[in-house]
Write a protein that binds this ligand. Sequence first.
Ligand SMILES: Nc1ncnc2c1ncn2[C@@H]1O[C@H](COP(=O)(O)OP(=O)(O)OP(=O)(O)O)[C@@H](O)[C@H]1O
Ligand SMILES: [Mg+2]
Length: 582
Amino acid sequence: MKKTAFSKTIYDTLLQAYRPFIVKLTVSIILGFLGRFLILSNAQILGQFIDQTATLSTDNLKPLVLKLFFILIFAFILTLIFRTWFSRLSALAVSRIYDETTYRVSRFPISFFDQQPVGKITTRFSSDYGNIFRLFGGPLAEFLSILFDLISIVVLMVFVHPYFLITLLFSSWIYLSILKRNQFRLRSSRRELSNNRAPSIAHFSETVQGSTTIRLNQKQKMFTDKFLQYDDTYLLAKRTVFWNVTRFSIELNILSALFFGLNGIVCLFLIHRGIIGIGLASVVLTFTLLATNTLQMFFEWFSQFEEALVGVEKLDDYLRSEIEPGAMLPSYSDFNTNHPKRHHDEHPLPPDSEDKSPYHLQAEGLNFKYPTSKNMILHSISFKIKPGEKLGIIGRTGSGKSTLISALLHLYPIQSGALLINGKNENDVERHRSLFSVISQDQLFLTGTIRTNLDLFRQHSNHEIEKILQQVGLDFSLHDDVFEKGQNLSQGEKQLLSLARGLLQKAEIFIFDEATSNVDPHSESLMNRALTDILSDKTQIRIAHRLQTVEDCNEILWLDEGRVKKIGPAKEVLVAFQKARL
Ligand SMILES: Nc1ncnc2c1ncn2[C@@H]1O[C@H](COP(=O)(O)OP(=O)(O)OP(=O)(O)O)[C@@H](O)[C@H]1O
Ligand SMILES: [Mg+2]
């Protein structure tokens, strides 16, 4: 079944977004309505004056012109206040939807990011949100002004003579049935349009990211064709929306002609009976024309808002999705969406280690699978590390070494088993992760400088950072450039920078995931020195491809197809491992 109505929760989301501004918005709406009503009532005053004045002279015209002039000025001021005030408040309100969605998306389970194309997520935060902001942050005031005009016209017409109420009600009834007939069709075609935008952007972003590979394999044409194919589907959806809009618009035009004809007949009848004069009749007919034009505009805006509401629906879907287990929204999050929330703003403190267990980290019978994998990847993994001890992890490629790290950091939920820090299970994932630092080459590097990459939020002094750079043996200045994804850094430099990050963050457990690819001997010796000297008193987990890396570890865990093949003193396990490899 095709979904046509908007999900109920989007209205709740909008209400939550506007909630802090409700009083101010109501005041501004009252002022805005008054402004538009006064502007339109000028025509009424003029019409009445013409009908009631036998001869026009400067004496009776002067006070009238003055009166109209002052009403107009006053009305303009009210309208201006409404427009600027309302637009500003409305922009602030919808930007709350963006913020609140960000708080949640940044806490989504990692599997969400594994499965969703980057382009799709980008579309939500760029074009979908762009639609919402563009319309709610300005045109909504315009839309309301149109609504005020329509209401004012109805009131002023009925004020001329109640007979017009009949033509108004009749026309409104036809209008609503036209609207109802078209609305579902329009909504579903708009939703289709919005759904078709994401795949082409996702494909575009994937293509850009893989541009080197695509070029090396001479596959440019295939990727371009695929993009054009997505684009064609999008254009087709756009055309459907266009036809639906045009069709609706033609139906409305026919209705407008009918409305004008009916009111013309009523005017003639009332003039014939001497109930109204030419002045008021012209006012009514002018209002009728105005109303039909206004109605057309009202619809045009209305249809744009429907598109923006589709955007709200998409963000709302993110707003109400589950965040990862153990994560909490920040205390300043203001939307009520059934997610756990922190009580205060401080950065989560590391778990206290009062009742000290002899073990810094303990894994007991860990079973783990990725949300997307069918079979279990890790089977009953158990080990214990005392504070300051080093555990080496070895195993063939694909044996689950990196997966074990994902499980230790709760990047994905573990199926069963326990993971204890200082003897305790830490429920708060942020607190849990703040204890660890992972040193690897595939860390996130941002476009900027060495300084921004080490201390994005400026929590440390230059001196402090320089000292750490020196300590890890990197000869960088704080203002040296870093390109996107750290493309201008060598693999070894990336490792050392990620070590510097961990030291700045004062992590307690350092995890070193050794590169599979060869690192030059100089970088390798720098890294080895870092592990043995700088991190000598820290608890470490070292994943090794080169066995020398783990020779000085207290214990070695040998993983084989996700199971512990052997765990014990370094020498013993290494000898057994080497024997098995022969
Ligand atoms: N994100 C993921 N989703 C699903 N399956 C995954 C994911 N990452 C890894 N796997 C699977 O888990 C298994 C273990 O992979 P893992 O990366 O842990 O191996 P590894 O021991 O680190 O290998 P290497 O020495 O090559 O780094 C593999 O079969 C792999 O296909
Ligand atoms: Mg690995």
